[in-house]
Design a protein around this ligand. Structure first.
Ligand SMILES: Nc1ncnc2c1ncn2[C@@H]1O[C@H](COP(=O)(O)OP(=O)(O)OP(=O)(O)O)[C@@H](O)[C@H]1O
Length: 252
C-alpha cells in the first residue's frame, strides 16, 4: 500500500470565533492529483492553505488537529515554515510574478538558498520553465520583465518558480480561473505531466477540469468534507445526495 504524503487528522480551523473547517481528515497520495470542489465559502481554500501553514500569516487563526507530512505534524512549534513552504509550494489564483525578469523570478528561491553555482541556476531555470511548459514562449525573453507576459504565461512562470526549488507537493488555488481556455488547457496538460514527480492538490470551481485531471476529488460543504473518493466515483456514482446535487448543478 502506498503511504500518503500528507495526512490531515480532524482539522478544525477558526477565524476568530467562526469555525470554517469542522474536522477534516484527508489523505493525499504521491503521484496523484487531488481536486477540492464545493460551493463558494465551503472551506476549500482554507484547507489548501492549512497544508503549508499559509493561514498562520493571520493572527486570529486557530487550528486544532494535525497535518502530518512524513508522519510529523507541521503545526508542531519546531516546524521551520520556510522549509515547509519549500517542500509544499503554492500557486495562487491570480498570477503573481515578482516585478523582475523571467529569469530572476525562477532563480529567486535558488539564489536565496546560496548553494548553487551560476551554471546550476541557469540549468535549473531552463528545466523548470520547460517542465512548466512555458520555455518556448520565454526562451528569447528571459531577461525581460515577467510582467510583460500574458496572464497564462505569467501563471506558468509562477509554476516554474515553485518547481525550481523542488517541492514534494504543489498546492494550486484555482490556478486557471483568470485564464482563457487555451492557457487553461496548457496548464491542465502540464499538471498531468508533473504528477509523475509531484503530489498535486488543486482547488477548482471547474467541474470539467476536476474530472479531466484529478485522480481523487473531495467535495466540501459548509466546512465539512462531505465525500472524498476516486474522481470517477464522485462524478459517476456519488454516495451522498449533496455531492450529486452539486455536481449536477442543482446548487452552488
Ligand atoms: N482571512 C479570512 N478571515 C476571516 N474569514 C475568512 C478568511 N478567509 C476565508 N474566510 C471565511 O472562511 C470561509 C471559507 O472560506 P474559503 O475561502 O476557504 O472558501 P472556499 O470554499 O475556498 O470559497 P471560494 O470558492 O469562494 O474561494 C468563508 O466563510 C470565508 O468568508
Amino acid at each position: 500500500m502506498t503511504k500518503p504524503i500528507i495526512s490531515t487528522q480532524d482539522v478544525h480551523l477558526f477565524y476568530g470565533k467562526k469555525e470554517v473547517l469542522k474536522g477534516i481528515s484527508m489523505d493525499f497520495y504521491p503521484n496523484e492529483i487531488t481536486a477540492l470542489i464545493g460551493p463558494s465559502g465551503s472551506g476549500k481554500s482554507t484547507l489548501l492553505r492549512s497544508l503549508n501553514r499559509m493561514n498562520d500569516l493571520q493572527d486570529d487563526v486557530t487550528v486544532t488537529g494535525s497535518v502530518n507530512i512524513d508522519g510529523k505534524n507541521i503545526y508542531a512549534p519546531t516546524t521551520n515554515k520556510v522549509d515547509l513552504r519549500k517542500r509544499v509550494g503554492m500557486v495562487f489564483q491570480q498570477p503573481n510574478p515578482f516585478p523582475f525578469s523571467v529569469y530572476e523570478n525562477v532563480a529567486y528561491g535558488l539564489k536565496l538558498e546560496k548553494k548553487h553555482t551560476k551554471e546550476e541556476i541557469d540549468r535549473i531555470v531552463e528545466e523548470s520553465l520547460k517542465a512548466a511548459a512555458v520555455w518556448d514562449d520565454v526562451k528569447d525573453k528571459l531577461h525581460e520583465s515577467a510582467l510583460s507576459l500574458s496572464g497564462g504565461q505569467q501563471q506558468r512562470v509562477c509554476i516554474a518558480r515553485v518547481l525550481a526549488v523542488h517541492p514534494e507537493v504543489i498546492l494550486l488555488d484555482e490556478p486557471t480561473s483568470a485564464l482563457d481556455p487555451i492557457s487553461s488547457g496548457k496548464i491542465e496538460n502540464m499538471l498531468l505531466s508533473l504528477k509523475d514527480e509531484y503530489t498535486i492538490v488543486i482547488v477548482t470551481h471547474n467541474m470539467g477540469q476536476a474530472s479531466r485531471i484529478s485522480d481523487k476529488t473531495g467535495f466540501f460543504l459548509d466546512g465539512n468534507l462531505v465525500e472524498y473518493n476516486k474522481t470517477k466515483h464522485i462524478f459517476m456514482t456519488p454516495s451522498e445526495k449533496e455531492t450529486d446535487d452539486y455536481i449536477s448543478g442543482r446548487f452552488g
